[in-house]
Design a protein around this ligand. Structure first.
Ligand SMILES: N[C@@H](CCC(=O)N[C@@H](CS)C(=O)NCC(=O)O)C(=O)O
Length: 214
C-alpha cells in the first residue's frame, strides 16, 4: 500500500481535521506543508484550498470528500468515526455541515482570523468585525455546548467526524483574547476539551503556535 500524503499547512483547522481522521484510523501518512495559493498553482485543487489528500492514484480535495473516502476505503481500520446508527451518523454530518458553513464563516473567519491575520488598516485588528461576530460566536458555542453536555463530551453519542471538525477550531478560539470568557460556563465544551485534548491523535497533530493575539 502506498503511503498517504496530505498537502496543507499544519496551521489550518481543516488540514488538522484530515490529519485527525488519518490518525484515528491508524493510517501512516506524510504531510507536505502547503498554502492555499500553492494548491491552485500546483494543480492540486482548482478552488485553491487546503487540504488535499493523495492516496496512490487517487487525489481528492474538500475535507468531506476526503473523509468519505478514508472512512469507506479504510473501513476496517481504527476508529469508525461515523456510527452505524443512521440517525446518529446523520446528526454527526449535520454538525459537520454547520461547522463547514457557519463555524468557518463566523468563528474562524470573522473572529479567529481577525486576530491571527489582522486585515484592518495598517495591519491592525478590525475590532468592529470582531465585536459584531462575538454574539454569533456565542450563539454557535451554545449549540455545541448543549450537544456535548448531553453526550458526555462528544457532539453525538460517540467520538465522530463532527468532533474532529469542531475541536481544531475551538482549540484556536480558546487562545483568543475573549476565548476563555466565551468558553466559561459551558460544561459540555469543558468535557469536550478533556475528551479531545487527551487523545494521541490530537497531540500528534499539534500546529505551530499562532502569532500572539493582540
Ligand atoms: N470546504 C473546504 C474548506 C477548506 C478551507 O477553507 N481551507 C482553508 C484553510 S483552513 C483555505 O484553504 N483557505 C483559502 C481560501 O479560502 O482561499 C474543505 O472542507 O476542505
Amino acid at each position: 500500500m502506498s503511503r498517504l500524503k496530505v498537502f496543507g499547512a499544519p496551521q489550518s483547522t481543516f488540514v488538522r481535521t484530515v490529519r485527525l481522521i488519518l490518525e484515528e484510523k491508524g493510517l501512516d501518512y506524510d504531510l507536505e506543508p502547503l498554502w492555499p495559493k500553492d494548491a491552485r498553482e500546483r494543480g492540486l485543487n482548482p478552488f485553491g484550498k487546503i487540504p488535499v489528500l493523495q492516496d496512490g492514484e487517487v487525489r481528492l480535495f474538500e475535507t468531506l470528500g476526503i473523509a468519505h473516502y478514508v472512512l469507506r476505503r479504510y473501513h476496517e481500520r481504527g476508529n469508525r468515526l461515523l456510527p452505524d446508527d443512521v440517525v446518529q451518523s446523520a446528526r454527526a454530518l449535520s454538525y459537520v455541515g454547520a461547522i463547514l458553513d457557519h463555524g468557518n464563516a463566523v468563528i474562524t473567519r470573522r473572529y479567529i482570523l481577525q486576530y491571527a491575520l489582522p486585515q484592518g488598516p495598517d495591519g491592525q485588528v478590525d475590532r468592529a468585525t470582531i465585536e459584531a461576530a462575538l454574539p454569533e460566536v456565542e450563539a454557535q458555542l451554545r449549540v455545541y455546548d448543549a450537544a456535548a453536555e448531553a453526550n458526555g463530551g462528544t457532539l453525538i453519542s460517540s467520538l465522530s467526524l463532527a468532533d474532529l471538525y469542531l475541536w481544531p477550531i475551538l482549540f484556536y478560539l480558546r487562545q483568543m483574547p475573549e476565548g476563555p470568557q466565551l468558553l466559561n460556563g459551558k460544561p459540555g465544551l469543558a468535557k469536550m476539551s478533556g475528551v479531545m485534548e487527551d487523545r494521541a491523535s490530537f497531540q500528534a497533530t499539534m500546529p505551530p503556535a499562532l502569532p500572539q493575539a493582540a
